[in-house]
Design a protein around this ligand. Structure first.
Ligand SMILES: Cc1cc2nc3c(=O)[nH]c(=O)nc-3n(C[C@H](O)[C@H](O)[C@H](O)COP(=O)(O)OP(=O)(O)OC[C@H]3O[C@@H](n4cnc5c(N)ncnc54)[C@H](O)[C@@H]3O)c2cc1C
Length: 414
């Protein structure tokens, strides 16, 4: 029996984060207008302050027509240093020669600015805030056609042909699809904005310090007065969520381990209202590769499909890629086809499984009470992965060019 529903759309995107907004922009570029983005918060959520966008992300933002809104505001940087404070070793990376087009280089941008740039491409009223998805029901209407009913927390039921779950690491849509749960990496990340009203004077480069026990602290300028910093560390049951306590923990930890003065100065200039701490979760590469992330016309994108640790700063970049690949494969013909979803997932599952595994290894830290595993993994990561694999994977990550979206005219004649 057909369900009662108050509203009907061709496509519902669940979540107005990076992935959901980029997906909605890509679909509107293809002329799909009967679409809504439902978001549980009452506005755009920009938890985490800032995000690094590599050339692969800029290719997407170009395809979506929003790159210029950000490149005017943020300078590119071309160098990032990783310094081990215990043995003094330093690795320096640059984007030079890595990308055929070196699209817009690497820039760190305010998350809010990225979300607003994407949202400004959407028709007014397309994002429906304070609309939390509670459950999904799917019903056959004809032999091969199905309709999905989305129940929202406020009691509304929305009827739709297609559901794209961009609802993050704890995705309801992924749960409904039966995807395995993300697992803990054993680490957490603290992030904040450091503000120097008189100017910070740091060069436009990224700098990350690490020790051999799993603490990694890095910073990068956003502009002349603001820096974004992060600290990755083992998760502890006593981790507080109070911003002042979090800052005190980070500073005490860094002082006890003799982290250099420049990074301590940055952390001490934090705007405490921007401080957040969260456990780092990931979906294992094999779960990403082998999961069935599609049921009829329901699928997932972004962190809902491939949550990864931030050690290669690729979670958001690959979420942006998903949007263009999904739109091109599923929506650029005249019919929404099953094979389109399959093509989209095949392409994305391979790439993101590889990047998720590599990110985990890039940030691997010794586990308590596992001396033999720690010895082997320490040797493997330092001698094999960091030296021979990581540079190749990095190129694979950032040199990816999603290409352009077909124009509406091309779509009509398809
Ligand atoms: C410490 C840290 C640093 C990072 N640094 C980088 C970086 O430098 N570069 C990079 O590329 N990536 C980075 N990432 C990864 C990046 O933040 C994520 O991959 C990206 O935010 C994923 O976007 P998303 O839209 O898929 O999910 P989210 O950003 O989580 O958005 C999901 C949205 O869905 C909404 N939602 C959730 N459930 C529901 C529901 N039931 N109903 C309706 N709405 C719902 C949420 O409110 C949210 O707005 C980092 C991650 C961490 C943790």
């Amino acid at each position: 029996m057909e369900q009662q529903s108050n509203e009907a759309y061709e496509v519902v995107v669940v979540g107005a984060g990076i992935s959901g907004l980029a997906t909605a922009v890509a679909l509107t570029h293809l002329g799909i207008s009967n679409i809504i983005v439902i978001e549980k918060s009452d506005g755009l959520r920009s938890t985490g302050t800032a995000i690094t966008l590599f050339p692969n992300a800029w290719c997407v933002l170009d395809a979506l027509g929003v790159a210029h809104k950000l490149t005017d505001l943020y300078d590119p940087y071309d160098k990032w240093h990783i310094i081990n404070i215990e043995d003094g070793s330093k690795r320096t990376f640059t984007t030079s020669g890595t990308s055929p087009r070196r699209k817009k280089e690497v820039r760190v941008v305010h998350r809010k600015a990225l979300l607003e740039a994407l949202a400004s491409e959407l028709p007014h009223g397309i994002i429906r805030f304070s609309s939390k998805l509670i459950s999904i029901k799917s019903e056959a209407i004809k032999d091969l056609e199905r309709l999905n009913y989305l129940l929202l927390e406020d009691g509304t039921t929305i009827k739709t042909k297609v559901v794209i779950g961009c609802d993050g690491v704890h995705s309801r849509v992924a749960q409904w699809l039966g995807l395995p749960k993300p697992v803990s990496s054993g680490r957490s990340a603290t992030r904040a904005l450091a503000v120097f009203p008189e100017g910070h004077g740091f060069p436009n480069e990224s700098r990350t310090y690490l020790d051999n026990k799993g603490i990694k602290v890095g910073f990068v300028p956003l502009n002349k007065t603001e820096l974004y910093w992060f600290a990755n560390h083992k998760t502890s049951t006593s981790d507080s969520q109070d911003p002042d306590q979090i800052l005190q923990d980070v500073i005490e930890n860094m002082q006890a381990r003799n982290f250099p003065d420049d990074v301590l100065t940055v952390v001490k200039h934090s705007d405490s209202s921007s401080v957040t701490r969260a456990p780092l979760l990931l979906r294992t590469p094999w779960d990403i590769l082998f999961c069935r992330a599609q049921r009829w016309n329901v699928t997932v994108a972004g962190d809902a499909l491939h949550p990864m640790t931030p050690d290669m700063a690729q979670g958001g970049c690959t979420s942006l890629e998903d949007a263009v690949v999904l739109a091109r494969n599923v929506f650029s013909g005249t019919e929404i086809s099953d094979s389109g979803f399959a093509r989209y997932l095949r392409e994305r599952q391979r790439r993101t499984a590889c990047l998720t595994g590599s990110s985990y290894l890039a940030g691997w830290t010794p586990q308590d009470d596992r001396p033999i595993l720690n010895w082997f993994m320490g040797w493997f990561v330092k001698k094999i992965f960091n030296r021979f694999v990581f540079p190749k994977i990095r190129r694979y990550a950032i040199c990816y060019d999603c290409g352009d979206l077909p124009t509406i005219m091309e779509k009509k004649s398809a």
